[in-house]
Design a protein around this ligand. Sequence first.
Ligand code: 3PG
Length: 212
Amino acid sequence: MTPQEASAAAAKVCLLAPVVPVLVIDDASIAADLARALIAGGLPALEVTLRTPAALDAIREMASVPGGVVGAGTLLTPKDVEDAKAAGATFGVSPGATDRLLDACEANDLPLLPGTATASEAMRLLERGYTVQKFFPAEANGGVPALKAIGAPIPQVKFCPTGGVSLRNAGDYLALSNTLCVGGSWVAPKELVLAGDWAGITALAKEAAALS
Ligand code: 3PG
């Protein structure tokens, strides 16, 4: 897959809903319920971070839930890419970007939303053909003013800001012309997941899905 094809696919994922839930899952047995709760609330694109031993099993469980589009986050190495793809992930997200990681995603036909923190990183990815990128960590990098400022000289790159994004500031990011969607963990808080409060998570998802 070419970087251009990867970015076209990543844009489609980003345009499914205003928010991509970022999920850290400790117990794969709740993954399908969690996916159903988020999809029912209007958030079909789900990022499962590869930060827990349960993550790949969680992706396998979620990939079979109708209506969902399941991706793997925290991709750091070519092995992560291969494992994510084998588990059924249909897109990948990374905190930054290295040539080895980009090569692996392109070779494995896994559309990647690569992380960028600066104008130089965005330019470097743009040179390779990636026009859709993740602005990470969004709030720590200067938040909305920083992303807006990057958009002035580089308007052809569109972003999914992630990291410190919440219901409070998501609308400000979504109002930027270079933001397709935001990523965030607030729609699946640990307490609600542990309590199995799927209705509560659907309510948070609905609130997030109504953002514009
Ligand atoms: C992460 O690093 O887990 C993601 O960027 C999500 O960040 P958040 O928990 O601030 O939404």
